[in-house]
Design a protein around this ligand. Structure first.
Ligand code: NAI
Length: 537
């Protein structure tokens, strides 16, 4: 063998997109010069999965399993994805929430091999050069984060890269986007997390966050370079802090195919689940009274989409907003409050409304007093405040409502507003419960964006869409809301690929109806299904 052939053989094994490990056949070993580099046994995908599953079962905890799977992904992607796809219920919590939270916090500790791109502030002049890598020629979907608001865990700096990596693994698992077509990106503009900066192992740029005009210019350079390099690419924003999340979404959603999953994906998932829940309560959407706890990016996104859904039932925008009471860190959001975000201001209630409320405390109106006076039928938490849905709150709500709909959405588990088992007990089993993280309790639905974003992305790409409209998300939400099972509000995790396909079809059709699809596109379910990659050798 020539030196070049030896090098090519090693390169083949080192590249996770081409490496098959022991599953290279004798013929492949002959022609590719792999003898000696592999043990003599010729395995199969099945036997490799069996070996890895045994190893996984012996690990002491989920964090070790997460780390093991990340390494597998970086050494053999087909095997990694085959494992994930064959057992989505067991694997999703390991490759994504809740375990990915610790994966981000301890990212530097388990750093092994490069995956995706780190675009750091000191390298800001090199963005186009970095994106120019020919290995990225096939990229169709980018998930980007700046690591500032990772799940409910705050600023994780470069460790936030765990989120784009995890989300894109789910794109492949659920929407069948080929691993060579996805690109995780972390915009490293520093971190204000001092523990990370002081950690000698921290792999990110050790600097307080760049903010203001400099930050905006950096993101602008990034988006411009992405649009130039990857025309038609889908750019998904993940885990940006609220102030940037809205701003960047507003700025870029009309310039390229782009959406913010924390805002729009969460909204569509929550509204879809809500539609499923209220179809069991017998009370029409327009008659629901909704209390939202935590009016940040996710909370306001849910509220905005609810308003859209209510308007579709014939309410005016003002009437629709009147169905929602938003409580944030300073209590019920009222019109006389200063310091409200734009998203929050549109939900501010007239302060006079509360003049005659029976109150248990002075000062800002807290969640309990809001619930006691509003008698909500729906309570949604997106605050990151562990235990905020107290026994008193839940019992008070359940006293006034036959089938309370309660969604403690905050992730990870340690941030959930309530434990679903407690909510079930406090409501005497009458509550319809949806949680952000998986609790493994039967009858409790996991309101996970995984139900929406893969299908929206797949549908938008299939339609050759240039933009993602609100109505495309609404179509996704309605489709999801109609897919629930007998005892859960959403379909089981095993069916996520079917869910993604169903949603992709309606999203693509909506893109055509909204005039944002490619001119010559014909939406064909079988054709979309045929595009979905299945991991086999
Ligand atoms: P965010 O930081 O934009 O919003 C959090 C909001 O909660 C802020 O407005 C903040 O002021 C408010 N808040 C903080 N302390 C509070 C208190 N004591 N009482 C009332 N409000 C308080 O963050 P984002 O993106 O909205 O995420 C919030 C939570 O929702 C996170 O835990 C996240 O993991 C979860 N989430 C869940 C999703 C799902 O289940 N599908 C999807 C996206 C987010």
């Amino acid at each position: 063998m020539s030196p070049a052939a030896h090098a090519a053989a090693r390169a083949l094994l080192a590249d996770p997109l081409t490496n098959k490990g022991t599953a290279f056949t004798e013929t492949e070993r002959d022609t590719l010069g792999l003898h000696g580099l592999l043990p003599p046994h010729v395995g199969t995908l099945d036997s490799q999965i069996e070996r890895r599953q045994r190893a996984l079962a012996r690990m002491p905890d989920d964090f070790h399993r997460y780390s093991f799977l990340r390494e597998l992904q970086d050494s053999n992607e087909i095997l990694f994805h085959a494992m994930v796809q064959r057992d989505l219920p067991a694997m999703l919590p390991l490759v994504y929430t809740p375990t990915v939270g610790e994966g981000c916090e301890r990212f530097s500790e388990i750093w092994r091999r490069p995956r995706g791109l780190f675009l750091s502030w000191p390298n800001r002049q090199r963005i186009a050069e970095i994106l120019g890598d020919p290995a990225l020629d096939r990229v169709k979907v980018i998930v980007v984060s700046d690591g500032e608001r990772i799940l409910g865990l705050g600023d994780q700096g470069a460790g936030g890269m765990g989120i784009p990596i995890g989300k894109l693994a789910l794109y492949t698992a659920c929407a069948g986007i080929h691993p060579s077509e996805v690109l995780p990106i972390l915009l490293d503009v520093g971190t204000d997390n001092e523990a990370r900066r002081d950690d000698p192992l921290y792999v990110g740029w050790r600097h307080p966050r760049i903010r203001g005009a400099e930050y905006d210019a950096f993101v602008e350079d990034f988006v411009t370079a992405v649009a130039d390099r990857f025309p038609g690419v889908l750019l998904q924003w993940e885990d940006f802090a609220g102030h940037n999340a809205y701003k960047l979404l507003d700025r870029y959603r009309h310039r390229l195919l782009s959406f913010n999953d924390d805002i729009q994906g969460t909204a569509a998932t929550a509204v879809g689940t809500l539609l499923s829940a209220i179809s069991r309560t017998g009370l029409a959407l327009k008659d629901q009274r909704v209390v939202l706890f935590g009016a940040g990016a996710a909370g306001c996104g849910i509220a905005d989409m609810l308003v859209q859904a209510l308007q579709a039932e014939g309410l005016s925008e003002a009437q629709a907003r009147q169905r929602i009471w938003a409580v944030d860190r300073d209590g019920l959001i009222l019109s006389d409050m200063s310091d409200l975000s734009n998203g929050q201001r549109s939900y501010a209630r007239d302060a006079a409304e509360t003049d005659h409320w029976v109150r248990t405390s002075q000062g800002p109106i807290d969640l309990f007093d809001t619930v006691a006076n509003v008698h909500p039928t729906v309570l949604i938490g997106a605050s990151g405040q562990h235990g905020a849905f107290s026994e008193a709150v839940a019992r008070t709500m359940a006293q006034a409502t036959e089938r309370p709909v309660i969604f403690p959405l905050s992730n990870p588990v340690s941030r959930a507003e309530a434990h679903p088992a407690d909510l079930a007990r406090w409501s005497a089993g009458r509550a319809l419960i949806g949680t952000g993280s998986p609790f493994g309790i039967s009858g409790v639905t996991q309101v996970n964006n995984i139900y929406i974003f893969p299908g929206v992305g797949l549908g938008a790409l299939a339609a050759g869409a240039g933009r993602i409209t609100d109505t495309m998300f609404m179509a996704a939400a309605r489709t999801l809301g109609a897919m629930g099972g007998d005892d859960t509000l959403l379909p089981p995790i095993e069916r996520l690929r079917d869910v993604a396909l169903d949603i992709a079809v309606v999203v693509a059709a909506q893109a055509v109806a909204d005039g944002v699809a490619a001119s010559d596109v014909a939406i064909d379910r079988d054709a979309i299904a045929a595009q979905m990659w299945v991991p086999t050798y």
